[in-house]
Design a protein around this ligand. Sequence first.
Ligand code: SAH
Length: 198
Amino acid sequence: MRARLSGGHFRMINEKLYTCSGDQALNYFKEDTSLFNVYHAGYQEQMAHWPEQPVNIIIKWLKNHSPSLIVADFGCGDARLARNVKNKVFSFDLVANDPSVIACDMSNTPLDSLSIDVAVFCLSLMGTNFSNYLQEAHRVLKPCGWLLIAEVKSRFDPKSGGADPDRFSKAVCELGFMSVSKDISNKMFILLYFKKKV
Ligand code: SAH
C-alpha cells in the first residue's frame, strides 16, 4: 500500500516536472524540499527495473576518454556521475542533497562561458523550456565540446505521441551543434552524441 502510494506521488511529481518550466520547478521544490526526496526515491525504484542505466553508459564513455575533460552534469540527481569518474565534474540540480551539487535551474548555471568539455543531460531534459538548457550547455561548452543526451525511448516514439528523433536532432543542431552519433540499442533509452560547432 505504502509503495503504491509513493509510486503515485512519484508519477505526479514527474508529470509536474515535464509540464512546467525550470524556474517553476525550482520554486516547486524550494517550497517543499521533501518532494525532491519523494521524487528521487521513486526514480531509484523505477531505475532498479531497467536492465541498464544510461548514467552507467555515460560513465563508461567518460572512462574511455581523457580524465582531463571538464564535465557539467545537468540534472545530476544524486551525482552518481561525479562520484564514479576521475574528471572534474560540476553537478547541477534543482535541490542539492549532496554538498558537491550546485542547486540551480540549469537554464542559468554559474559556469563561465567556454569552460566545459562535456555537457551531460541524462534523463534530465524535463522542463517545457528544455531548449533553454541546451542553449546554456552551448554557452558553457568550448568549441568542439561534447553534448551527450540520454532520453527515455518512449519520448522518441512518434507512434505514441513522442518526438521524431531526427527532428529532435535537427533542432539540437540548429542551436549550434553537429550530430556525431546515436545509440538506439538500449531498450529503455536512446543516447545522442553531439559536438558544439566551432
Ligand atoms: N541524471 C541523473 C538524474 C536523472 S532524474 C541520473 O541519470 O541518474 C532528472 C533530474 O533532472 C532530477 O533530479 C531533476 O530534479 C533534474 N532537473 C529537471 N529539471 C531541472 C532544471 N531545470 N534544473 C536543474 N535540474 C533539473
